[in-house]
Design a protein around this ligand. Structure first.
Ligand code: SF4
Length: 437
């Protein structure tokens, strides 16, 4: 039988979908490239924001005909459980964030018995991380590796601790084995995933901390690039910051969400740092790696956010000048404290602020990309470009997408590219001769 997996949300979800696909393949299921050709459609969901949550039901609505088996997994599944079966008759099973390792059994059972099922109970930390043991199906150049799950911070707007559970880290031995295996299959780059990677290992006795884990991965033969996401400003320590300048494999790029430039708002968000503390981390990062690319998440329209608070956010953006920024408007999430806070703002104000902020950032990003012209960058080649033909696409160490003219099979190789032009979302360049390695 053929299975199609539709993934909404973050890289963590993308990685989980890959792991689920590997488990199902081992059980004899084939993968379908479209929902139309599938017998079974799985939807991996995200409830961090309201929009992806809404998308789930409209997606299920589209594919419920023709007797397909439909399963929902991930955060929305965890959040609503049984209620999803009641709301949408076409859904055959719901499986939460901690039970994904059981998916092949649940699916077998649904197919044999025809009965609908819900698996959303919280399980032991070890069982909840089992899904990540599934070997990936030969990714090409770069692979996600989940190192931890869940979060203990309980920021006032965030649903993650409720749907992903408390913080738990995978054993370092298992992570290192997985990365060694990926390296032996030609993977050059690993992207370590976790809700707050800087806290990796702190809840495990006698295991590595995050910076020590990075040092070990740095020694794995074949791995030339390490990235990680997400870092938390209150948990990012000096030891990790120094590794940006010290370890050859740690790429000069970090995603460090700041969420607001106003101390008053940061406090109501329960973020655990001030604007000054955030800026101090940025200064240290730039000292350790002067060319480091900075990206972040920011939220506008948090309850009680005044014009002045919003101006503080714009001011922080002007001060730091992020290379890229992911911006969102606040939407109240169930179970969170912020949903109940006074001072909820009208949508028009949120949208207006979001537009102002995005316009500002678009200008900064374009300016920074244009400033790359003339530089020679190391590019890890990922695939042929979609447009234009005859070009390859790769990424610089500071995580910029580069399209460059090339012939021959360079996928998985590192090449030097002279940047000719910078655009809003990418760079264009030309390969320096004799610089393939
Ligand atoms: S650090 Fe805050 S925003 Fe990030 S996952 Fe944890 S609770 Fe959510």
């Amino acid at each position: 039988m053929k299975v199609f997996i539709q993934t909404f949300g973050c890289q963590m979800n993308v990685n989980e979908s890959l792991k689920v696909a590997a488990l199902l393949k081992a059980r004899g299921f084939e993968s379908a490239s479209t929902p139309e050709e599938a017998d079974i459609v799985l939807v991996n969901t995200c409830s961090v924001r309201e929009k992806p949550e809404r998308k789930v039901f409209s997606f299920v609505g589209r594919y419920k005909s023709r007797g397909r088996v439909i399963g929902v997994m991930g955060c929305v599944a965890q959040q609503y459980g049984e209620a999803m079966l009641k709301r949408e008759k076409a859904i055959d099973f719901v499986i939460g964030t901690q039970n994904l390792h059981k998916l092949p059994d649940v699916l077998d059972d649904v197919l044999k018995s025809g009965k609908r099922r819900v698996e959303t109970g919280f399980v032991s930390p070890e069982d909840s991380l089992k899904i990540f043991e599934a070997p990936l199906d030969a990714p090409a150049v770069s692979a996600y590796v989940t190192i931890m799950q869940g979060c203990d911070r309980f920021c006032s707007y965030c649903i993650v601790p409720f749907v992903r559970g408390r913080e738990r880290s995978r054993p370092s031995g298992e992570i290192l084995r997985e990365i060694g295996d990926l390296a032996s299959r030609g993977i050059k780059e690993v992207v370590l995933l976790g809700q707050n990677v800087n806290r990796y290992g702190l809840n495990r006795e006698n295991d590595l901390t995050f910076p020590r884990l990075l040092r070990k991965i740095n020694k794995i033969e074949g791995i030339t690039r390490i990235r990680f996401v997400t870092s938390h400003p209150a948990s990012l320590d000096d030891e990790t910051i120094h590794l940006f300048g010290e370890l050859e494999t740690v790429c000069e790029a970090i995603h460090l969400p700041f969420q607001s430039g106003s101390d008053r708002v940061l406090e109501r968000m329960g973020r655990g740092y001030t604007r000054a503390m955030y800026l101090e981390k940025i200064e240290k990062l730039r000292k350790a790696a002067p060319e480091i690319a900075l990206s972040a998440d920011v939220m506008v329209g948090f309850p009680g956010e005044t014009d002045e608070d919003f101006r503080d956010t714009l001011d922080l953006m002007e001060t730091v000048r992020f290379d890229t920024l992911f911006s969102f408007r606040f939407t109240p999430r169930p179970m969170t404290r912020a949903a109940e806070l006074s001072g909820q703002l009208p949508e028009e104000i949120k949208l207006e602020r979001l537009q102002i902020l995005q316009d500002l950032q678009a200008g900064i990003t374009l300016e920074k990309n244009r400033a790359q012209a003339g530089k020679v960058k190391e590019v890890l080649v990922e695939r042929p470009s979609k447009r234009p033909r005859g070009f390859m696409m790769g990424r610089t160490r500071d995580n910029r997408v580069v399209n460059f003219e090339a012939t021959g099979d360079l996928v998985g190789r590192e090449v030097k590219v002279r940047i000719l032009e910078g655009y809003q979302n990418s760079l264009r360049g030309v390969m320096e001769e004799n610089h393939v390695y």
